[in-house]
Design a protein around this ligand. Sequence first.
Ligand code: PGA
Length: 306
Amino acid sequence: MNITLRQLKVFETVARHQSFTRAAEALYLSQPAVSMQIKQMERIIGLPLFEQVGKRITLTEAGREMYRYSRAIAAQLAEAKQVMEELKGMEQGHLIVTVASTVNYFAARLLAAFCRRYTQVRVSLDVTNREGLLAQLDVNETDIVLMGKPPERSDVIAEPFMSNPLVIIAPAEHHLVQRSQVPIAQLQRERFLMREQGSGTRSAIERFFANRGIRLSGSMEMSSNEAIKQGVEAGLGLGIVSIHTVELELEAGRLAILDAQCFPIRRRWYVVHRRGKRLPMVARAFRDFVLSEAERFVRTPNVFPR
Ligand code: PGA
């Protein structure tokens, strides 16, 4: 059927007004021009669309069917226009993301995948520890935050998107590496390299041991996951880190994961934003992307049970 969108629009207007004259006014056309479009349509279809009843025109059965389709097509076109407008907004959008320093190990992969889809999006990425993230949320300086433990307050929305197991890392030749189910009480005798105050990883570890009545002694403080990994590899002590930070070292055999009781510490990653904040389109798209696709781009090695 070679009906044009223009003809459909004219038809829909005539059908809605049940009048050629009023449709012509609404469309800023002459009445003969409107009649001609309808005649052409009827010729293409091979059926009359309107019939004259006294002074009024009414739709024939074919006309009623066509009216139903023309309204559906108009609605679809309006929806398509809206989606295109939104995509335009997306393409020119600026995404402001803040991630926990531990998330930084996979944030780039997520952003790269997102930017392959929306090639014009500008991205600002800030990397900081848990305390820094909370401060940014407080002053509304960021749109989306990826973090380990959402703040317990009602003015943020936090949605989990991926598991975040914390594992004990040791140098490959450490005496506990070959043991299975090392009792946690035995860990008390080991020296641990701990993250700085303010780190989410650190507070999760402290909570974990405090809940079991265990005090780790002789720990050493380091201000990044990198420093902890280097320190563990060099034999300074053991570390407890997110498995997402040690993918390469495990593959290269430079670090090993201890099989200890109650480990890994099971945590999750969250995508967080301020409640009530009108998120820019691009930020909403990123949130949806993280929730539905993060696991496709970030591998979580399954080391338990071995
Ligand atoms: P962080 O990571 O330890 O780098 O602050 C956040 C978290 O795991 O909660």
